[in-house]
Design a binder for this molecule. Structure first.
Ligand code: IPM
Ligand code: MG
Length: 359
């Protein structure tokens, strides 16, 4: 049976970077004789402009029907002033919630060729291979009540950080399983010294640890974790944390790898159906200039093949093609250093596709 991939380019640089990942998908389809069909759907501001909704039913229905989704990025100043519930970000958040994509995997891996592009010293980041597991459908992103209300003649903004035991257990299991399959070390990040919600988080993770005696568990407060990530990032193997802390720490981890333009992600449900997107945003300031880095999206495609289509072999070939292109000295502006060749978004995509075909 043919596998269905839904392409959701989104806004800003989204369409440009997704186009390059689609090139690589076509190259992979030809090279590995994959049976894949693709469809496209609007999301974010692009969907709002046409349908008045950042996630119209037609897009959600297609997303439900697909085996996997390749997603670009959403948002931009153009939509900043519209009603909160219609903003582009709401489209993505609703998609995550509607599809139950609770497990967000964000691997921060340093390609050795990019050691010089990191803002940290090469010896601090060389060989870096961290996996951040972020809970994606709960916590303060979705907790009720939330809003902005009038109180004593002024406006008061409020959100609720809430996790049930079952939600913590579900993401904890994913993290333990992933840790077991790699370095066997799991660091759970919380703020249990202040927030009850993360006191429970820590308890449930400790409880789960009994089922995984082969995995070494540690706990770290989020402020310390943010500091340790830039002080000595290689101490980490797998990190697991809630929605908001994961959002922040994954951007930080991304920069260790040279550029946020390098970090892919997978958002999975219980059955490993997934949405795959770069961790970076829509970068409206550089949209349309052909200079964005498509590698995070191409690496997200590799994750799609590995996790949702069970084609780890093809994923590995794509990752190897990316590494080969970096080895050839090709760099988009964000990762450019002296002595390398600065290339456009499309040139980078073409080069990876060509390398893959020749592999
Ligand atoms: C991310 C993004 C999103 C998030 C935004 C666009 C809603 O920053 O995927 O990290 O906060 O989850
Ligand atoms: Mg983010």
């Amino acid at each position: 049976m043919s596998k269905q991939i839904l392409i959701m380019p989104g806004d800003g640089i989204g369409p440009e970077i997704v186009a390059e990942a689609v090139k690589v998908l076509h190259a992979a389809t030809a090279r590995f004789d994959l049976d894949i069909s693709t469809d496209e759907a609007l999301v974010g501001g692009a969907a709002y402009d046409v349908h008045g909704d950042p996630l119209p039913d037609v897009s959600l229905d297609k997303a439900r029907a697909a085996d996997a989704i390749l997603f670009g990025s959403i948002g931009g100043p153009k939509w900043d002033a519209i009603e909160r519930s219609k903003r582009p970000e709401r489209g993505l958040l609703r998609l995550r919630a509607e599809l139950g994509l609770f497990a967000n995997l964000r691997p921060a891996i340093l390609f050795p060729q990019l050691a010089g592009a990191s803002s940290l010293k090469p010896e601090v980041v060389s060989g870096l291979d961290i996996l951040i597991v972020r809970e994606l459908t709960g916590g303060i992103y979705f907790g009720q009540p939330r809003g902005i209300r009038e109180e004593n003649g002024e406006r008061v903004g409020f959100n609720t950080d809430v996790y049930s035991e079952s939600e913590i257990r579900r993401i904890g299991k994913v993290a333990f399983e992933l840790a077991r399959a790699r370095g066997k070390r799991l660091c759970s990040v919380d703020k249990a010294n202040v927030l009850e919600v993360t006191e429970l988080w820590k308890e449930v993770i400790n409880d789960l640890a009994g089922d995984y005696p082969d995995v070494e568990v540690s706990h770290m407060y989020v402020d310390n974790a943010a500091m340790q990530l830039v002080r000595a990032p290689k101490q980490f193997d797998v990190m697991v944390t809630g929605n908001l802390f994961g959002d922040i720490l994954s951007d930080e981890a991304a920069m260790l790898t040279g550029s946020i333009g390098m970090l892919p992600s997978a958002s999975l449900d219980q059955q490993r159906k997934g949405l795959y997107e770069p961790c970076h945003g829509s970068a409206p300031d550089i949209a349309g200039q052909g200079i964005a880095n498509p590698l995070a999206t191409i690496l997200s495609l590799a994750m799609l093949l590995r996790y949702s289509l069970d084609r780890g072999d093809v994923a590995t070939a794509i990752e190897a093609a990316v590494e080969a292109v970096l080895e050839d000295g090709l760099r988009t502006a964000d990762i450019h250093t002296d002595g390398c060749r600065k290339v456009s978004t499309a040139e980078m995509g073409d080069a990876v596709a060509a390398r893959l075909k020749a592999s």
